[in-house]
Design a protein around this ligand. Structure first.
Ligand code: ASN
Length: 330
């Protein structure tokens, strides 16, 4: 029998439509329903028995914590079903890396979960959604994709949902991991080259079935002339942790240091990440004395991924040492 793959559709450009074939960047996202997406790629039937569910129909820039929880619980429930072998999620590309990392942290299954989007709407010349969707379904249908954590299938590559990121917004080669792809998918077949080293899915201490809300975590962007306004405002609005999207090694402008120390004293977690373009690598006690200030570093996680991990981790602990352990392990 063919493997059973469920496609959970959430919107994005892969479900987008533009006025003309030349509209590769000007179009409306989240227009085409999942059944039409599936019907548009009849070749899917060759690799799996596919059925679709429309979970949301939104552009992913508006993907809230509630969307993450709803989607995560649905993925978890499906993964427990004996008649489901793999799950594909169609998603806008803007926050695809956040959802991929979230599911990688909280869904306890070794069944393949593959997230896919497109950079051009289906109405455009050289639309990339059809092949990306075919690849994602083929990847999710394959036994060799099991146990590798949540995967992202874009542009013929299979990247780990943990560290893949949208690096450019106007090319089909948008998704890259700073540490390279796990594999390639060519003509519906997976070719693997490496495995994730970080804890995920079945080896995670976090479980979506036990998470009903996510604490607020804010991100404030560092630059040379930055003031402490945004940091204070985030804390005042209830953020339990602030991700400092810092320069270089998560460095902090001296004008901001006093406010961050004060906020930490009030119980807000301060997590230093980096906004460097090709991927940061923040080391503890480099640039800032984290031990002395009781701050946490985000390791190689970019600010948006650090927000996801902090939100999930804070459901279990408010201890900064535990948080730091979690940031090293996941
Ligand atoms: N390419 C895309 O999917 C972009 C779109 N804004 C989205 O994330 O929904």
């Amino acid at each position: 029998a063919q493997p059973n793959v469920v496609i959970l559709a959430t919107g994005g450009t892969i479900a987008g439509a533009g006025a003309e074939a030349t509209n590769s960047a000007t179009y409306q996202a989240a227009k085409v329903p999942v059944d039409k997406l599936i019907a548009g790629v009849p070749e899917l039937a060759k690799v799996a028995a596919v059925r679709g569910e429309q979970v949301f129909q939104i552009a992913s820039e508006s993907f809230t914590n509630d969307h993450l929880l709803t989607l995560g619980k649905r993925v978890s429930a499906l993964a427990k079903q004996a008649d489901v072998d793999g799950i594909v999620i169609t998603h806008g590309t803007d926050t695809l890396e956040e959802t991929a990392y979230f599911l990688n942290l909280v869904v306890h299954t070794d069944k393949p979960i593959v997230i896919v989007g497109s950079m051009r709407p289906g109405t455009a010349m050289s639309a990339d959604g059809m092949l990306n969707l075919y690849n994602a379904v083929a990847a999710a249908a394959a036994k060799d994709a099991r146990g590798k954590g949540v995967l992202v299938a874009m542009n013929d590559e299979l990247n780990s949902g943990r560290d893949v990121s949208k690096m450019i917004n106007i090319q089909t080669s948008a998704f890259k991991s700073p540490w390279g792809p796990l594999g390639m998918i060519v003509e519906g077949r997976n070719y693997w080259f490496r495995l994730p080293a970080k804890r995920h899915t079945v080896n995670s201490e976090f479980d979506i079935d036990k998470i009903d809300s996510l604490p607020l975590v804010g991100i404030a962007y560092g630059h040379g002339n930055v003031a402490d306004t945004a940091y204070k405002a985030l804390a005042a609005s209830g953020a339990k942790a602030i991700i400092h999207a810092g320069t270089g090694n998560g460095s902090v402008a001296k004008n901001v240091v006093p406010a961050l120390r004060e906020l930490r004293g009030q119980g807000v977690q301060v997590i230093r990440s980096s906004h460097v373009n090709a991927g940061g690598f923040v080391l503890r006690n480099a640039e800032q004395p984290d031990d002395q200030y009781d701050w946490v570093v985000a390791h190689d996680l970019n600010p948006q991924k650090a927000r996801i991990l902090a939100s999930v981790a804070l459901t279990k602990t408010s201890d900064s040492k535990e948080l730091q352990r979690i940031f090293w392990e996941y």
